[in-house]
Design a protein around this ligand. Structure first.
Ligand code: GUN
Ligand code: ZN
Length: 433
């Protein structure tokens, strides 16, 4: 059945990457008071607000609201809604004290199914329509997540966590099991609907060199697979990796040696990298998922976004829940601004919003499908109120130009401003009246 929908509001997306520090970037596509036309799950085009869409379109008038591409979260953990906001630890203790025990429960298919549905509905309710997700080591957790994403029509990258050492009983696999499970899951889910498989190395300390070699072999066998992992998040972790892999040049070097750096690789954090690491990321086309809320919460460090930019490394924005404290990319962008401020840098609203939309879409080679309001792209988009309360409304009304307004918006707004989230032209979240 053909379905045509027209949404009226202020359209904002990007046609290219905005330059660092440029508040008047020509890469911003701002179309105030326009109709966004959707047909059969895709974006068809746009019309100025005064020009009525043809009679066949179902219309929704959101005048005064912002319409943006759905946010892309390039690094988040589905089981960790169970531990979000846990007190008092840094990364390695946090994993042992809270996270590993919680993830064990996901071996149970019922826990995994209920948890995956809860997680994806929460993502949508926070304005995120596409994500790269870590479930657990258990195959059940991957089946449940992909199944739930498929039911919602979401673009999702995920894979079974590989971890064959330095993890408690019930959370470890072996190289042979991992190979069997990955092969099976890839066959079942990679390219099914909008799902794609990501070879998921939890992090270097929880995989033996033999398991890292398996991960590299899987990537080499099929270049359409993604790869996701953590790298150089905390200083204690970096020291541990140096002990475990004494001949590696650096933490990133462990992954490079295993053949895990490629254009579909997403490495979370990358706080404690050096220039040679950044050059390796640039040369291989691997991207960094920057997770400011998690880095602040766990006290991991202040990511040097500008150095990454300068070196030509793609940097996207991610929540890293449950190390991160919110699934909302607006809150995460506000944290990213504060992290850069502590480094003496200032993040523009444009670099920030691009890093949660078109930036990751392109870095994941999905720019034709997600991250923009371009004709032909999937109709994955969100309708946002400008302000959730009197303070926001007051501040935004005083803004003198578009950057000032959008910067104040992303600083003050949060998921309470989300009116609706659309996936492939279907409203999958609507705020209750
Ligand atoms: N490093 C290895 N596992 C994790 C995880 O679950 N969260 C974070 N933030 N870092 C990790
Ligand atoms: Zn993480």
């Amino acid at each position: 059945m053909k379905q045509a929908i027209a949404l009226r509001g202020d359209l904002l997306d990007f046609t290219a990457a905005p330059s660092w520090g440029d508040t008047r970037s020509a890469a911003v596509r701002w179309r105030p008071d326009h109709w966004l036309l959707l047909r059969d799950g895709r974006i068809e085009g746009a019309l100025p607000g005064q020009q009525a869409p043809a009679p066949g379109y179902a219309r929704e008038d959101h005048r005064g609201r912002l319409i943006l591409p759905g946010f892309v979260d390039t690094h988040v953990h589905s089981p960790q809604l169970d531990v979000i906001g846990s007190f008092g630890t840094a990364l390695l203790d946090w994993l042992e004290t809270y996270t590993f025990p919680a993830e064990r429960a996901w071996a149970d298919p019922e826990v995994a199914a209920a948890g995956s549905a809860r997680f994806l509905d929460a993502l949508l309710a926070h304005g995120t329509t596409a994500a790269a997700v870590f479930p657990t080591v258990h195959k059940t957790s991957v089946d449940a997540l992909f199944g739930a994403a498929h039911a919602r029509g979401m673009r999702l990258l995920a894979g079974k966590c590989l971890m064959d050492r330095n993890a408690p009983e019930g959370l470890r696999d072996t190289v042979a099991e991992a190979e069997r499970d990955c092969t099976d899951l890839i066959e079942r889910w990679h390219g099914r609907g909008r799902n794609a498989y990501a070879v998921t190395v939890r992090f270097a300390p929880t995989s033996t060199p033999a398991q890292l070699a398996l991960a590299g072999a899987l990537c080499a066998a099929d270049p359409t697979l993604y790869m996701q992992t953590h790298v150089a998040e905390s200083e204690a972790e970096v020291r541990w990796v140096a002990e475990l892999f004494p001949t590696a040049r650096s933490y990133l070097g462990v992954y490079a040696r295993a053949g895990l750096l490629h254009p579909r690789a997403i490495l979370a954090h990358g706080i404690w990298l050096d220039d040679a690491d950044r050059a390796a990321l640039r040369d291989t086309g691997a991207q960094i998922a920057h997770c400011p809320s998690s880095n602040l919460f766990l006290g991991s460090g202040l990511f040097d976004w500008h150095a990454g930019r300068h070196a030509g490394v793609a940097v996207s924005l991610a929540t890293d829940v449950g190390g991160g404290t919110s699934l909302c990319q607006l809150r995460t962008l506000a944290d990213a601004y504060k992290v850069q401020a502590l480094r003496g840098e200032r993040l523009t609203a444009w670099v920030a919003l691009h890093a949660a939309t078109r930036g990751p879409a392109e870095a994941l080679q999905l720019g034709h499908e997600i991250g923009s309001l371009e004709a032909g792209a999937a109709a994955d988009l969100c309708v946002w109120d400008r302000a959730a309360g009197a303070v926001g409304a007051h501040r935004l009304a005083l803004a003198r130009d578009l950057h000032e307004e959008l910067f104040a918006w992303l600083t003050l707004a949060d998921e309470r401003c989300l009116e609706s989230a659309w996936v492939a032209g279907v409203p999958r979240f609507r705020r209750s009246p």
